[in-house]
Design a protein around this ligand. Sequence first.
Ligand SMILES: Nc1ncnc2c1ncn2[C@@H]1O[C@H](COP(=O)(O)OP(=O)(O)OP(=O)(O)O)[C@@H](O)[C@H]1O
Length: 338
Amino acid sequence: MTNPPTPSGPRGDAGPAVEVRGLRRTYGTGPRAFEAVRGVDLTVARGTVTALLGTNGAGKTSTLEVVEGLARASAGEVRVLGLDPVADRAEVRRRTGVLLQRSGFSGDLTVVETLRMWAATVSDPRGVDESLAMLDLAGRADVRVAGLSGGEQRRLDLAMTLMGRPELVFLDEPSTGLDPESRRGVWLLVEQLVAQGATVLLTTHYLEEAERLAEHVAIMDAGRIVREGTQAEIVAGHPSEIRFETLPVGTATLPDLRGARVSTDGAWTVVRTPDLQATLTALLGWAAAEDVVLPALGARTASLESVFLEVADGTAADTAADPAPTATPTDETLEVVR
Ligand SMILES: Nc1ncnc2c1ncn2[C@@H]1O[C@H](COP(=O)(O)OP(=O)(O)OP(=O)(O)O)[C@@H](O)[C@H]1O
């Protein structure tokens, strides 16, 4: 993939690219109403990548659609590039690029026809050839969209999202369906966009993608942001984990691992500790002295993944105890446009 040119658009506005305060979004009305977004605050600094993470149904897309100006909030305030995404829609749309989870382009048109048609709706578009090259689609220019693989279709979506040289880009699961090589290509593209001054707000289920790209991470659960900060801030204070198969009865008793918490998880003994090196040293010293083998021993330092899994496990436990009500599907999205 080739370098995207510098995004255009006014510079020098020091405010955040996106500011969300007390955002709520409810689907349906009356007894079957379902509040999918329950008071979200989010700030996206200019020139950065922010990743919105969360389990399925956490409310990421519902939040993003309001920020994109595609749906109205039930309550709260949203500013995008200092503007109201609904009232100032024309201006916001000109300066932003939106990659939806699903696009709805005709399968009958070829790739190049689709890009030409899209270019006609964008002010100051990139050239079609440049767009094809950016997303490695030059070799597929004359193929009908219906004949593209899922990953190629996703790259075409991205080419259209970036055609207007947006200064702010919303990417809803940008690399879902892409093979590992294409995914890395998308990551490079995002890094290049940001290096040239663009701002990116993305949702993803790939923690590796968030780890690679995002300075700022927000984890959503059941309509709320439950963890937020830089990756270091999110991981700080989260325990590292040591696990091994629980020792047979009669084996020497585990030593006092100061500061650590020992529990069992099925066939496993799990030790959670804020100081992995000290706890591991104490455990291995004890095992050596007692001549104990710790079967299938593993240790992992705290990571975005372990924090995310803790949030997801909490959701799973809550859901089992108290399933969320389901609203009758509504379609209150304003209009699906990029
Ligand atoms: N049009 C709709 N009508 C009713 N409920 C909806 C509608 N759209 C979404 N929901 C519900 O709102 C909740 C949040 O959905 P949303 O798509 O925002 O989650 P998400 O975090 O983006 O999930 P995923 O990762 O699966 O895309 C879910 O419980 C979903 O079923």
